[in-house]
Each structure stands twice: as structure tokens, then as C-alpha cells.
Design a protein around this ligand. Structure first.
Ligand SMILES: [Zn+2]
Ligand SMILES: [Zn+2]
Length: 322
């Protein structure tokens, strides 16, 4: 089994897909992130980025068993699922875990997204085996030799087990799950759709403490958030962060690399490049997520590989002690 914990970004855009010439560099697909722990495949969210990811998993014959974690049930985090190829493969087993909605179960929301009025095929028309479960913040999701399961604690597990902890954030309308995936001592925190607090989100800082990688919502420029960007109303209270807020969490939690995520669909590539520069001035080890970005964490040392989007050919590779 590979000893690498790999993270690959397939969709990095928030709110709605943003194709077009202005978003070629970072990409226009909505959130979906692949995490590979050895030979186990975990997917964070099912925005449109999950569509090319699904094709790749099928092509590579890696669609046998997949754990899909949903942060919450908003469109931009579920809209790719009806086009996720492994869901149609009879030999695939999908574990789909996430939070129940405020008024409706998670399963109902997924079924309603594919009701006969809104989509030609229902969940039941998708041939894969599906284990759909709402999970709670107090639980842990485990994946070891015994398979994928939800448990009340992670005590007594081998180092081979993938352990996923859940933090429920209230800093997004309806709430959102933030996940921390740990395998062989390396950990990745996925904190999308969350808004910073004055003086930093202390609960989130605790949860993300010393993580090797922090993927954090950084949707807005500060002036946009505060209502000073021409043509855009203030977005305070919308449940998304600024670059400054994301950097504050990374610094307070003493994390490794910070990945700016859930980019505003109205922002073109040059705006995002500027936000990345701002982030680096506040937290040096920052990168704005783009489609195709891959991060590889190994047992003793962390090596980060940045492959530039196709048409730019920039290739940067560096290693640091993790
Ligand atoms: Zn979102
Ligand atoms: Zn949302």
C-alpha cells in the first residue's frame, strides 16, 4: 500500500460554477476534493468537480469503494452527484456521510435533488450500492481493515486506520460540517463554507490545531465583505470568510500549508492571484486552490507539489519537514 496521504483539488469555486476565459487558471467547478490515504479514496463534497473525478476513478479502476463526505447540503456541494460515474457502476460501493438538514434528513435532500421533476434518474436508478448515513459531531468515521463505519470513539485502532473527526460550525446558514482526516499521523482539515469571527473562530482553531494542511474558505476580498467593492453588496453574515480570516485561523492553529478555497464565482484569475499574494503576506505557506493542485504528505517529511494549471506550465516542487 502506498504510504502517501494525497490531496487533489477538482473543484475550488464557491456558490455556482464559473466557466469562461477569466477563470481558466484556477478553474470554475464547484467544490470537490479527493483525498487518497494509501489505496483508500475519500471525497470531500460533490460539487461539479466530482464529475471529472468520477470519470478518472472509473478509468483508473478505483471506483470499488468510495467514502463521500458532504460538508452540508447546499447546491454547490451536491450538484455534481447526479453525474458521478461510480454511482452508476453496479460493482461500486459508496458510503455517503454528512449532516442532516435543519428540516429534512440528508437522504431526503439527496432524493429530492433527483426527483422525477428535477432530474431524469432517481437515486434508485443509480446501480451502485449506497450506504447513506447522517452522522453527528460526536461520532468518528473510521476506515480500516474492517471497512468503513461510524463509531463513537477511535480508541484502540491501528495506525492503518483512517480516522475522520467532525466539527459542526454554526458560522454558515444551516450549519456545516468541518472534517479532519488523519492517517499515519498526518492530517488534513477541510473547512469550507465558514465565516470568521472577530478575534478568530476559537473552536475551529482548536479543531484544526497542528494539522498539516488546512483547506479554508476564503471567498471574499475584505472590501467585498465589508460592502466597499463597487457593484457588490456587503456579504457579512453570508457564512464565508475573507483571506484575512482564513490566515488568522491557520496562524492561531499553527497549521502547515493553508489552501484558500471556495473562490467567489465573480472573481477572475488576476483577482485570485492578488488574494494569494495577500495571504502569503499574512501566512507565508499559503496557496490559492486551483483545479489540479495536488499535495502529497508522506510519513516523515511533507512534500508539496504544485502543478500549475495546464496552460501555464509552471512547476514548483519543494519539501519541508512536517
Ligand atoms: Zn458553498
Ligand atoms: Zn453553503
Amino acid at each position: 500500500m502506498s504510504n502517501e496521504l494525497k490531496v487533489k483539488f477538482w473543484g475550488v469555486r464557491g456558490s455556482y460554477p464559473a466557466p469562461g476565459a477569466g477563470t481558466v487558471k484556477y478553474g470554475g467547478n464547484t467544490p470537490s476534493v479527493e483525498v487518497q490515504a494509501g489505496n483508500r479514496t475519500i471525497i470531500l463534497d460533490a460539487g461539479t468537480g466530482i464529475i471529472p473525478l468520477g470519470r478518472e476513478l472509473a478509468r483508473m479502476k478505483r471506483a470499488g469503494e468510495i467514502l463521500l463526505l458532504l460538508s452540508h447540503m447546499h447546491h454547490d456541494h451536491t450538484q455534481g452527484f447526479p453525474f458521478f460515474v461510480p454511482a452508476y457502476m453496479p460493482n461500486s460501493k459508496l458510503h455517503i456521510y454528512g449532516p442532516d438538514g435543519t428540516h429534512e434528513s440528508m437522504k431526503n435532500v439527496l432524493e429530492r435533488n433527483q426527483s422525477s421533476e428535477t432530474f431524469p434518474l432517481g437515486l434508485r436508478d443509480m446501480a451502485s450500492a449506497k450506504d447513506i448515513q447522517a452522522v453527528r459531531e460526536s461520532q468518528v468515521i473510521l476506515w480500516d481493515e474492517a471497512g468503513v463505519r461510524v463509531a463513537e470513539s477511535a480508541i484502540g485502532l491501528s495506525d492503518e486506520a483512517v480516522v475522520i473527526r467532525i466539527h459542526k460550525s454554526y458560522a454558515h446558514p444551516g450549519g456545516v460540517f468541518i472534517y479532519r482526516i488523519t492517517w499515519r499521523g498526518k492530517s488534513v482539515v477541510y473547512a469550507t463554507d465558514t465565516e470568521g469571527y472577530v478575534g478568530t473562530d476559537k473552536r475551529l482553531v482548536n479543531f484544526a490545531k497542528d494539522a498539516d494542511v488546512l483547506i479554508h474558505d476564503a471567498q471574499y476580498l475584505d472590501e467585498h465583505y465589508w460592502g466597499g467593492l463597487a457593484g457588490f453588496p456587503s456579504t457579512q453574515g453570508f457564512g464565508h470568510s475573507t483571506v484575512t480570516m482564513a490566515c488568522e485561523v491557520a496562524a492561531s492553529a499553527n497549521t502547515g500549508q493553508l489552501i484558500l478555497f471556495h473562490h467567489d464565482p465573480a472573481y477572475a484569475d488576476d483577482v485570485l492571484a492578488g488574494m494569494e499574494r495577500t495571504a502569503k503576506s499574512l501566512f507565508a505557506d499559503s496557496v490559492a486552490a486551483y483545479e489540479g493542485l495536488e499535495i502529497v504528505l508522506r510519513d516523515e517529511k511533507m512534500s508539496v507539489q504544485l502543478q500549475s494549471p495546464a496552460n501555464h506550465g509552471r512547476d514548483v516542487q519543494y519539501a519541508q519537514n512536517g
